[in-house]
Design a protein around this ligand. Structure first.
Ligand code: 3PG
Length: 209
């Protein structure tokens, strides 16, 4: 089954943003996230381990929907989809990157932080976006302000979100999900503390209700 066919925003209310130093950690980490109730997993390409991690999760972790984050070039789009990525997320966008994402066959979230970028994406037929860096770019107040003139745009805010402010984002009508690293802390990954990550994932998954 492919729940990712239409929209990244509807996969799960909370999307963990995973930064891996070692691709070998990908499978046990993803299993912990799935067990904790977070099946949609954004693996960033900001470390060299990212692409191999996507490949491993896609091949080995039942129930996971592995996507790629920090996608900033058309070449990365091709590589990630070949590795099995089922969604793509970028921190920002260009026309070349957007064209590659639109041709990829998988759902995608181009990153925006300004009103003009939202309008430009709507003009190009894209209604779902990452709002990044969410807290630094204006947070929930900014998203509330966009909902008036641009109600057709829907967002996955990411950047500076944690358990304390996630509910306020998720309550907004133009927010489909939130992303963040808080449930996959680097010290827990380094210690291979999958039990702690599963517990943090379960707490994050409970934010949806
Ligand atoms: C991202 O790439 O979406 C952010 O780096 C995640 O931000 P956070 O670490 O503040 O959650």
């Amino acid at each position: 089954s492919s729940p990712s066919a239409v929209s990244v925003l509807d996969l799960a209310p909370v999307v963990p943003v995973v930064v891996l130093q070692e691709a070998a950690d990908a499978v046990p980490l993803a299993r912990a996230l799935v067990a904790g109730g977070l099946p949609a997993i954004e693996v960033t390409l900001r470390t060299p381990a990212g692409l191999g991690a996507i490949r491993a999760i896609a091949a080995e972790v039942a129930g996971a929907v592995a996507g790629a984050g920090t996608v900033i070039t058309p070449r990365q789009v091709t590589e990630c989809v070949a590795a099995g990525a089922r969604f793509l997320v970028s921190p920002g966008w260009t026309d070349a990157l957007l064209a590659a994402m639109q041709a990829s066959g998988v759902p995608f979230l181009p990153g925006v932080s300004t009103t003009s970028e939202v309008v430009a994406l709507l003009e190009r037929g894209v209604r779902e976006m990452k709002f990044f860096p969410a807290q630094a770019a204006g947070g929930t107040a900014y998203l509330k302000s966009l909902a008036g003139p641009l109600p057709q745009a829907r967002f996955c805010p990411t950047g500076g979100i944690g358990p304390a402010n996630a509910p306020e984002y998720l309550a907004l009508p133009n927010v489909g999900c939130v992303g963040g690293t808080w449930m996959v802390p680097q010290d827990a990954i380094a210690a291979k503390d999958w039990t702690r990550i599963e517990r943090l994932a379960r707490q994050a998954a409970a934010l949806e209700s």
